[in-house]
Design a protein around this ligand. Structure first.
Ligand code: FE2
Ligand code: FE2
Length: 184
């Protein structure tokens, strides 16, 4: 069997090197977004900005709860709220970085932040209510990340991977909160 025969079936699925190189040279101002980007960029950017708002609201809610948690069992829970707040901030940063990679602008404006967010900023009275509100917010985040991942499908693997990594952490958060709730 000759070299050409071995290579032939695979090469049908790939653009030839010359075409790839030429396309990369065109529209270089588009940064990481190439002609092969298959998702609807406008929709992906809108969804990412909604996720960014959701994460920022979660940062604010967890920080509020960290400082307001009181009672006999409060200390370890207050600490956990701060750990979550820090992780939500990391999520926000990852999302903002991906928005910029896709040629968009991250919307950090406080104006309309809670409207753009999927989850809510609920102050909550006592420790149990705080845990419940955070669990509700995590479940909302899980649902919206699942929906976004399903929407993106195979069309934007990098965004999908960012969202999947975040989703895994939100599931851990929800799991921890539900354990806390059982201990109360
Ligand atoms: Fe998060
Ligand atoms: Fe979370």
């Amino acid at each position: 069997m000759t070299q050409t025969n071995v290579a032939a079936p695979e090469s049908r699925f790939l653009s030839d090197i010359k075409t790839l190189r030429e396309r990369a040279r065109q529209h270089i101002e588009a940064g990481a977004v190439t002609d092969d980007y298959q998702a609807d960029r406008g929709t992906v950017l809108r969804l990412l900005n909604e996720a960014l708002a959701t994460e920022m609201i979660c940062v604010l809610r967890y920080r509020r709860h960290h400082f307001m948690a009181k009672g006999i069992n409060a200390d370890p829970i207050a600490e956990e709220f701060m750990v979550h707040a820090t992780e939500e901030q990391q999520h926000a940063d990852k999302i903002a970085a991906r928005i910029v990679q896709l040629g968009g602008e991250p919307n950090f404006s406080p104006e309309g932040l809670s409207t753009r967010s999927h989850s809510e900023y609920v102050e909550a009275g006592g420790l149990v209510d705080m845990i419940k509100e955070n669990l509700i917010a995590e479940r909302i985040a899980i649902d919206s990340y699942l929906e976004m991942i399903r929407y993106i499908g195979e069309r934007d693997p990098t965004t999908r991977r960012v969202l999947e990594d975040i989703l895994a952490v939100e599931e851990e958060h929800a799991d921890e909160l539900s354990d806390m709730l059982h201990d109360q």
